[in-house]
Design a protein around this ligand. Structure first.
Ligand code: BT5
Length: 312
């Protein structure tokens, strides 16, 4: 948002204020004020006019300007009604030097999970990707996945859902059916770097928000199905604020992750490229790897697909 429009918005938030008063205060024409008010209305800022002037009554839109407005974290937002994949766009922007930028879309046409799996992303979900340029070695990169999972689960919990984390990248809701849980959200972290440092890192979050479970793959759930629709703008703001906080204290993030984990103390099977490990998940390391107690001793796994098994 440009400086003048932001200043007009601030005046309206502190209103009622008349058009001429805003024009005088900002040293612009009344016609220019009118243009900004109309553009703000278009973006989803509900501006009411009365005898005492204009006032910002509510914010209902879901786009870059409304998400940035009132966001208590230093992220810039790029919004798309529809896009191939927010992660793909974020990778492009990262390669061009972007930092602390979030790509948000209402709908993804080609959303992707890990290993290029399809990620269903109809309009109404929360599909976003955060570009970070952290000063950390690549070994710490998985902690950003944990930070995003904690931020996502905590924000869903605030919305009234019993969201928990399944190692490494799923936010799930415990259930008696299916595999013992239903998937509410997934995280996809992608990075570029050298052996000793990360150049950029993109954390993609896909969360089924205001969607019918029937429009999603088997085994999936949504905020709508669990507790009802949310205001996606404030949901995304709280999620980004939590992610920012978690990212700024990665060591404490592991502790928060343990508290929200559904995987710990469970029998699990972790599928790796050329073997599968079965045993009891006992902990995560300071780097976010899973420690599994198998019949042959403890094994530490850094990546893989993890399945929760029924108790033996
Ligand atoms: C993930 O992969 O869970 C990571 C998903 C990340 C999606 C976000 S959306 C914003 C950003 N832009 C992108 O293009 N991606 C990121 P994985 O663990 O591989 O799980 C994928 C599997 O989850 C699929 O094979 C399906 O079985 C299932 N699935 C697909 N769509 C789903 C959905 N909307 N909800 C729940 N499960 C889904």
């Amino acid at each position: 948002m440009n400086e003048t429009r932001r200043a007009v918005l601030e005046s309206l938030a502190g209103g009622p204020v008349t058009g001429p008063e805003i024009a005088d205060a900002l040293d612009v024409s009344r016609a220019a004020v009118w243009k900004h008010v109309e553009a703000l209305r278009e973006a989803g800022f509900e501006i009411e006019g009365g005898p005492a002037g204009y006032v910002l009554a509510d914010v209902t839109g879901y786009d870059a300007a409304t998400i940035e407005y009132g966001l208590d974290a230093p992220f810039e937002v790029e919004y798309h009604d529809a896009i191939e994949s927010t992660n793909a766009r974020a990778r492009e922007l990262a390669a061009d030097g972007a930092a602390d930028l979030v790509v948000v879309a209402d709908e993804q046409i080609g959303g992707r999970g890990r290993l290029d799996r399809e990620w269903a992303s109809p309009a109404g979900g929360v599909w976003l990707s955060i570009v970070c340029r952290p000063d950390v070695p690549p070994a710490r990169a998985p902690l950003f996945t944990l930070a995003a999972a904690v931020a996502t689960a905590a924000t869903a919990r605030e919305a009234g859902v019993d969201a928990r984390i399944k190692w490494p990248n799923d936010v799930v809701v415990p259930a008696d059916v299916d595999r013992g849980y239903r998937k509410l959200a997934g995280i996809l972290t992608e990075m570029e770097g050298e052996t000793d440092r990360v150049d950029w890192l993109v954390c993609g979050v896909g969360l089924n928000a205001n969607l019918d479970a029937e429009s999603l793959p088997d085994g999936a759930t949504s905020l709508r199905a669990e507790s009802g629709d949310v205001d996606r703008r404030t949901f995304v703001q709280r999620l980004l604020e939590r992610f920012y906080e978690r990212r700024s204290d990665l060591d404490a993030t592991v502790g928060r992750w343990r508290e929200l984990a559904l995987t710990l103390d469970r029998r699990v099977r972790v599928t790796l490229p050329d073997e599968a490990i079965e045993g009891r998940a006992v902990d995560v390391t300071e780097f976010g790897a899973l420690i599994v107690e198998t019949e042959d001793g403890r094994v530490t796994v850094t990546a893989g697909d993890c399945e929760h098994l029924r108790p033996a």
